[in-house]
Design a protein around this ligand. Structure first.
Ligand SMILES: CCc1cc(N2CCCCCC2)n2ncc(-c3ccc(F)cc3)c2n1
Length: 256
């Protein structure tokens, strides 16, 4: 059992809650929202929120790994984020470079492997190199997979999958009647996660209750937990609270 202290929202009392170690979600996906608002509330530039948010990535990845999560997917940059101010996009594109220098040694100590899904060929060369280095330097790790969604969009992912299948049909290698859910699963960017492709739990921080084009196919059966704190304020306790909420919905009572 993992126990943690929780402030009861209705009574205000602090209570000790337990997580069921046998019911930890294998794949947790997080939409890391609220970085800009966190900064603005402190009269800081928006990029200060992104920088603080990167520290939260390390805290939450370490906590998830210790809890026994097998895949942690983080929505770091969407295909829509290119519309943000140029200065902010340029800053964001440097974060994987900073991450690689600052956090990869700690990830290796925690046996955490970095994976990235998205249209990374559209990223600046220095960003692509940092991503390749983070993947290469952690590929020997056998613990939790830390999967960054980078220049990722759920609809674009499905369009690419359909285009690939259409090419197979056009080449005479696939009959349309043979296309099923498994065929599409195999064309998605999560295919190499095998039976851990689909998030068991999707968390979105900062109060918004939207998917924002994230893993649209894979979250078909996921539990959604929306939390109020901005991503830079998210921490191990917030993760434990979200998993506790997930477990209340997935009460197994000893069954499967
Ligand atoms: C390129 C956009 C971006 C933004 C970002 N933020 C900003 C958004 C939300 C808060 C977290 C910090 N992070 N944090 C880690 C990475 C990262 C990505 C790939 C990789 F291989 C290693 C690290 C990252 N990438």
């Amino acid at each position: 059992m993992f126990s943690f202290l929780n402030k009861n929202q209705s009574t205000g009392e602090v209570e000790e809650l337990q997580l069921d170690e046998a019911n930890i979600p294998a794949h947790v996906a997080i939409i890391m929202d609220g970085n800009g608002r966190w900064a603005q509330q402190r009269h800081l530039p928006r990029i200060a929120g992104h920088k603080q948010g990167m520290d939260t990535v390390k805290t939450v990845a370490t906590a998830a790994s210790h809890l026994g999560v097998k895949v942690l997917t983080l929505y770091a940059f969407s295909t829509e984020n290119w519309k943000r101010p140029t200065a902010e996009v340029n800053y964001l594109m440097k974060l994987p470079v900073d991450f690689f220098g600052a956090f990869v040694p700690d990830l290796i100590k925690n046996n955490i492997r970095v994976k990235v899904m998205g249209y990374t060929d559209k990223l600046p060369a220095a960003t692509q190199k940092a991503v390749r280095d983070a993947i290469a330097d952690t590929q020997h790790c056998t613990g939790m997979v830390l999967n960054f969604a980078l220049n990722y969009g759920g609809r674009a992912e499905i369009v690419t999958a359909v285009q690939n299948l259409a090419e197979e049909v056009k080449a005479g290698r696939l009959d349309p009647s043979a296309i099923d859910e498994a065929s599409i699963d195999q064309q998605l960017m999560t295919a190499d996660l095998d039976e851990l492709r689909d998030p068991d739990l999707l968390i979105r921080t900062s109060g918004e209750e939207r998917l924002s084009n994230f893993m649209l196919w894979q979250v078909a059966y996921s539990e959604f937990v929306f939390t109020q704190q901005h991503w830079p304020d998210f921490d191990q306790t917030a993760l434990e609270q979200a998993i506790y909420e997930y477990q209340q919905r997935h009460r197994r009572f000893g069954g499967l």
